[in-house]
Design a protein around this ligand. Structure first.
Ligand SMILES: Cc1ncc(COP(=O)(O)O)c(C=O)c1O
Length: 363
């Protein structure tokens, strides 16, 4: 049916004039870094999330790296992370020489909140729930654990813009929450971009320094920072996206309903979702025994799928020295071997979703 570039082009075309107007406004301003567009986006996104501060950055990966740097993670400090996440979640820890401590996934494809406490040691400094696929993790339970053990709570919100749990937005629970605005995300830029939100004034100030070479005043570098500033064009683009975020989420929720009501093939397992979660379906994952065969069958019928994620971070080649084996986290392993994501995005029509359903039911 479509390739990735077409998916993004379709999403772009929905608001083409607004995007073009925004990009041209930024281009014509004559100010491209740390300018008004970025400040305005920071204010608007913080207001949307109901928090005091948003610090706009270059990417979601930078957001994770700087969040852990801001709390002063030291070599040997441990951070609880889900075993079945995208590698960037873990990079945020390892780039600060911290040690990720993996917790297996639950049946809902999120970190198993009931398995976290057993992994806490006297070296644990933080918990990093990752709200995967657009569903918020069990933040009631995870928030309680963080509080009880006096741990910093950092949320990886790369996939869940506008999702909520018990009526509270994903990203509004943590001490800091890290967002990616990679183009395919529920709120996507047209290039790389990211942000951290927080209610903590001190952390916000440190993050603003960290993203700007560790300085408040030019050439006075007080802390060990990097260059990670969201550029003006992406900030202007993101203000357009933010206006349409809820509408986009509603559209994907409708597409998800069509899948859930229509898929009747017992070979396709749709994972359950938490009752009290407002899922925004960044992705629509299903589990299939013969994933490769199923993917090829869909491809022959013109349907593009993706796998999230075939190699969990604990067995990634770059981390082989840790010595983990596939079987160490059975749920994460199962998802890595059997997950496949069906098409779901703004610009996909209900008829196309129904076509995917019909093809799947004939598999
Ligand atoms: C769960 C998760 N965390 C972090 C990231 C990293 O974000 P970025 O691609 O903006 O660096 C991503 C995105 O790709 C992600 O899916």
């Amino acid at each position: 049916m479509v390739v990735q570039s077409v998916i993004l082009k379709r999403t772009f075309d929905l608001y083409k004039e607004e995007y073009e107007e925004a990009a041209l406004r930024a281009l014509n301003s004559g100010w491209y870094i740390l300018g008004r567009e970025m400040e305005d986006f920071e204010q608007k996104f913080a207001a949307y999330m109901g928090v005091k501060h948003c610090v706009a950055l270059n990417s979601g990966t930078d957001a994770l790296i700087l969040a852990f740097r801001a709390i002063g993670i030291q070599p040997g400090d441990e951070v609880i992370v889900p075993a079945g996440t995208y590698i960037a979640s873990v990079i945020g820890v390892t780039e600060n020489q911290g040690t990720p401590v993996f917790v297996d996934m639950d049946d809902f494809m999120e970190i198993d909140a009931d398995a976290i406490e057993a992994k806490i040691t006297d070296k644990t400094k933080a918990i990093l729930p990752v709200h995967l696929f657009g569903q918020c993790s069990r933040m009631d339970k995870i928030g309680e654990i963080a509080k009880k053990h006096n741990l910093t709570l950092i949320e990886d919100c790369a996939q869940c813009h506008g999702a909520s749990f018990n009526g509270k937005l994903a990203g509004a629970f943590g001490d800091m929450s890290c967002f990616s605005f990679y183009p395919t995300k529920p709120l996507g830029a047209l290039g790389d971009a990211g942000a951290i939100i927080t209610n903590n004034d001190e952390l916000a100030e440190r993050l603003r320094m960290l993203r700007n070479y560790g300085s408040k005043v030019k050439y006075y570098n007080e802390i060990n920072g990097i260059n990670s500033r969201m550029d003006e064009i992406q900030a202007a683009i993101l203000k357009v996206g933010l206006k349409h975020l809820d509408e986009g989420n509603r559209g994907r929720r409708r597409q998800a309903q069509i899948y859930m009501a229509g898929i009747k093939n017992p070979k396709i397992v749709i994972p359950p979702i938490y009752q009290n979660a407002y899922h925004v379906y960044h992705l629509f994952p299903v589990l299939v025994e013969d994933r490769d065969g199923f993917g090829e069958y869909l491809s022959e019928n013109g349907i593009k799928t993706q796998v999230h994620y075939p190699i969990p971070p604990y067995v990634a080649e770059c981390y082989r020295d840790w010595g983990y084996a596939w079987g160490d986290f059975p749920h994460a392993e199962k998802y890595a071997r059997h997950e496949i994501s069906l098409p779901i995005y703004a610009g996909l029509t209900d008829d196309e979703v129904q076509y995917v359903v019909d093809v799947i039911n004939r598999y």
